[in-house]
Design a protein. Sequence first.
Length: 234
Amino acid sequence: MGSLFLIPTVLAPGTAGQVLAPQVREALSRLDHFFSENLRTSRRFISELKTGRSIESLTFYELNKDTPEAETAGQMQILLDGNDAGVLSEAGCPGVADPGAVAVRLAHRMGIRVVPLVGPSSILLALMGSGFSGQSFAFHGYLPIDRDERSKALRQLEKEALQKNQTQIFMETPFRNNQLLDELLRTCQPNTPLCIACQITAPDELILTLPVKEWKKQRPDLHKKPTVFLLYRG
């Protein structure tokens, strides 16, 4: 029976040498099968690492938020047949806010060994850089798109941060980052600490914690830039 390797990818282009452990390249150099959130991104990532493998010789199974679980379950037969396989997120660590968790869940059900490899997670790197509580935190993924529902969600997160002394972490699709920031600055209390972690690991990385009232004075442009937002009231 094969093993399922969870293979981190880069958060920013051209950063593999500084953020990926040697085991990642080693795994990629010998695996033939991959469950991939984005086929184009995965092929480009493997090519850029120059592992010596021909992309045409590799088999990719698409595993995104719309992939039926039954389809992935059938493809997992390759592991039961004795082949190792990898899971690749579009960016960062597979299985964390990522559809790759489906393959991991199926692997556990089937008795397949799961091997997570060390790599960058935007969520944890943002938390580390925020100065907020790392003892108690919650990741909420994407907030509602509807403006009224989003404002309601933000007020609730601000309340939970204060009541539970808990860091609240969330994100948005990059092309809607500025709208979310507008809503944060309109909705949250002036003294609420807000951390914006943008372009993590990239040369133009921004990780900065300020009260909401200070962000209003120096509002950054986050359009199309991968960003993690964190609130805290402890």
